[in-house]
Design a protein around this ligand. Sequence first.
Ligand code: G4P
Length: 191
Amino acid sequence: MKFMTERIAREGRALNEDVLLVDSFLNHQVDMELMRQCGDAFAEHFRGKGITRVLTVESSGIAPAGMAALALGVPLVFLKKKTSRITAGDVYQTPVQSFTKGTRYELTVASRYLPAGEKVLFIDDFLAMGEAALGVARLVKEAGSAIAGIGIVIEKSFQPGRKKLEAAGFDVFSLARVKAMREGAIEFVEE
Ligand code: G4P
């Protein structure tokens, strides 16, 4: 999607060969008009798939996923990375390793917000190793629902996330695909 690659080209900053900083519009300050465009693009791509629920992981996925849920007219549920007494009770949980941040967390969702028989669209801000998406897919399967698509705002195509998700049979749609980065330069996969 041209609007996202243009915005990254204009404001994104490659910290090194692995990490892209986009905190002026996605990861800290959030450009809601841009998020609306993201939501509309996801909705247009996945409209024919019978989506009944949009899932994301807190926190930066919530804005684009929320706009997609609004455009599709379905509920939004964000999965939590921290458990608390409030989320305790009847939950689905799976461990996820974040290679980018070097952390490990328990992806958690209350079972009442992930009923059986749903067609889930999973949306996230970044796709790197694909571990968050695979964790969500495990929980969706455990709940007796199905992933009908995966929508990503920024895919780092030089990392194995897309390959892993496609190998698992998922339809991955990314608004921007970064082919390579080095300090001060960002290259995109040709559309
Ligand atoms: P994976 O799910 O594809 O395996 O990715 P990974 O665990 O490696 O990345 C986890 C976290 O790192 C996510 O944020 C993701 O958005 C972020 N991330 C990955 N690559 C980049 C990058 O190049 N730039 C930036 N800015 N972030 C990146 P998170 O822990 O869920 O944080 P947040 O959603 O609360 O912001």
